[in-house]
Design a protein around this ligand. Structure first.
Ligand code: FFO
Ligand code: ATP
Length: 202
């Protein structure tokens, strides 16, 4: 979907977050990624997981490469999304060798694993599903990139899986004063992980 189809409040919030993100230097991003990885690895549910769904970060997102590497080093399976079509995410195991896929459905090209595809229902193997977000409010409503991929994908998550978003501290919003507009299809997240803390919501 194009920006013009987003609700005005979502659009304004995306612009604010994108402006905040674009001000961070590469050095700052690297330092934040190290702190985020350390915080994430303190989360008991993540430490106990045998399989974690993550994502290959785009340049403006908190960098996940260290976290994915560390999880794999500990023997945790890591799944990454593969864009199957305009609405569907497929999944494949992160083997540390990602290739930048051809641009599909005009989404910015994102690195993807080239190993066997597990299907949209492959997400069900994950004990923890870590999702990208531009912002999350304290009631767990998530602002994504506006294509609805994750709202659909999360229908395949295991019932007991923990769904957590990786965000910067200034992207956690107070639901009473600055809520993210929640729509019927929105799948809430249960926790956020930032460079300074992890926090259960709701
Ligand atoms: N790292 C990462 N992987 C992900 C997601 C994500 O948010 N982050 N997704 C989460 O759903 C899915 C891909 N969704 C995407 C949705 C939009 C754009 C994109 O290029 N958006 C443009 C502007 C808005 C638009 O044209 O829609 C951009 O950001 O420049 C890219 C990926 C699956 N993989
Ligand atoms: N479960 C669903 N079934 C049908 N349509 C959906 C579903 N989830 C989302 N959509 C569609 O996707 C559009 C974008 O949704 P939304 O703005 O919540 O995406 P997002 O969570 O920000 O994006 P993403 O998951 O790609 O990061 C919605 O306007 C809606 O039309």
């Amino acid at each position: 979907m194009s920006d013009s189809e987003l609700t005005p409040s979502k659009l304004a919030l995306r612009r604010t977050v994108q402006a905040q993100r674009s001000r961070r230097t590469a050095d700052e991003q690297a330092a934040l990624a190290r702190r985020l990885t350390a915080v994430a690895l303190e989360l008991p549910r993540l430490r106990a997981a045998t399989c974690v769904a993550l994502y290959a970060s785009m340049s403006d997102e908190p960098d996940t490469v260290l976290l994915r590497h560390e999880l794999r080093r500990r023997g945790t399976r890591v799944l990454l999304p593969v864009i199957a079509d305009a609405t569907t995410l497929d999944w494949a195991e992160d083997d540390g060798r990602l290739a930048t896929a051809a641009v599909v459905n005009s989404v910015r090209s994102i690195a993807e694993p080239s190993g066997p595809r597990l299907g949209p229902e492959g997400l069900g193997a994950a004990d923890v599903v870590i999702v990208p977000a531009q912002a999350v409010d304290t009631s767990g409503t998530r602002l994504g990139r506006g294509r609805g991929y994750y709202d659909r994908a999360l229908a395949h998550a295991a019932r007991g899986a923990l769904v957590a978003a990786l965000i910067h501290d200034d992207e956690l919003l107070d639901a009473t004063t600055t809520p993210v507009a929640r729509e019927a299809h929105d799948h809430p997240v249960q926790a956020v992980i930032t460079p300074t803390r992890w926090l259960y919501l709701q």
